[in-house]
Design a protein around this ligand. Structure first.
Ligand code: C2E
Ligand code: MG
Ligand code: MG
Ligand code: MG
Length: 291
């Protein structure tokens, strides 16, 4: 009986596997088509100064609405785009679109803050990355210090020499560098300090339970204090409650991003929000004492 069950399991597994493989191929082809048909869109999420409630940045988030299947999660399609190399042309589209949008909002005097763009390892490996960045800045007219490149900690650590070269080049262009998802890799802050990093973003998983888990709170507080010792700014990701924001303010965390202020919004909705706000301080704590 055990043997039969084993074989059944194996056949089940095998058929699941082939389904997975074919799903992946289809997804890859659909992604290829999506790029041609311009099915991608960027959403934008504000980054907020904790002390003042001001918007100090925006992050561009890639979205894909497949006309047949509906919206596909980034965590589903981005890994496929990375494995297939499609993330390179898609990423170039993201850079160009995000910078053009940032410059459009700047020229309308709606907001003038850095636009953060996520980079993946495959883009980093392309020798042309910095040329593309320079071209996009020139073509869109966005000042270099209004672009922030977000790299994950694991991307940085994968090939430290290459990272150092590319980041030095990026700093020569004048763009900002942020470390995304900090805490999920194994690097020390002291080691990261060897790279020209402007800002650290503490991963959402460390922020989620700071109100109930003393260990998580201690980790977040320690990261913030150490980063400040090294003169690196800190942003907390995934802030959803006023309680979390109060704790972060108590630890002098510089900035936050999260549903508490706003979900990532389509460009039109962000445009309406910015017009309504006129960079007003909607996302601070009620008692921070500004007018
Ligand atoms: P990320 O760069 O760390 O972005 C933060 C993710 O957390 C986003 O998910 C955002 O929608 C979500 N988020 C923001 N605030 C909250 C909150 O308060 N609570 C919760 N539960 N989630 C929150 P999203 O848009 O699904 O993106 C997932 C990941 O996909 C991103 O993580 C980033 O690594 C990657 N990604 C997104 N856009 C791009 C892109 O243009 N290029 C590349 N290479 N990767 C991208
Ligand atoms: Mg990011
Ligand atoms: Mg992140
Ligand atoms: Mg992430």
């Amino acid at each position: 009986h055990a043997k039969d069950a084993g074989r059944n399991n194996y056949q089940f597994y095998e058929s699941r596997l082939s389904t997975l493989v074919s799903t992946r191929l289809t997804l890859e082809n659909r992604l290829r088509r999506a790029l041609e048909r311009q099915e991608f869109e960027l959403y934008y999420q504000p980054q907020v100064d904790i002390a003042s409630g001001d918007f100090i940045g925006l992050e561009a988030m890639l979205r894909w609405n497949d006309p047949d299947e509906g919206p596909v999660e980034p965590d589903v399609f981005i890994p496929v785009a990375e494995d297939s190399g499609l993330i390179v042309p898609i990423g170039a589209w993201v850079l160009r679109t995000a910078c053009a949008q940032a410059e459009a909002w700047r020229s309308k005097h709606l907001i003038d803050v850095p636009m953060a763009v996520n980079l993946s390892a495959r883009q980093f490996d392309e020798a042309s990355l910095l040329d593309i960045v320079a071209d996009v800045l020139e073509d869109t007219g966005l000042p270099a210090d209004r672009l922030e490149l977000e790299l994950t900690e694991s991307l940085i650590m994968r090939n430290p020499e290459l990272t150092a070269d590319v980041l030095d080049g990026a700093k020569r262009l004048g763009v900002m560098i942020g470390v995304d998802d900090f805490g999920t890799g194994y690097s020390s802050l002291a080691y990261l300090k060897r790279f020209p990093i402007d800002r650290l973003k503490i991963d959402r998983s460390f922020i989620a339970d700071i109100e109930t888990e003393p260990d998580d709170a201690a980790i977040a507080e320690t990261i913030i204090a150490m980063a400040h010792t090294l003169r690196i700014q800190v942003l907390a990701e995934g802030v959803e409650t006023v309680g979390q924001l109060r704790m972060l303010r108590g630890w002098a965390c510089d900035a936050y991003q999260g549903y508490l202020c706003s979900r990532p919004l389509p460009a039109d909705d962000m445009n309406a929000l910015l017009k309504g706000l006129r960079a007003a301080r909607l996302c601070g704590l009620p008692d921070v004492g500004h007018t």
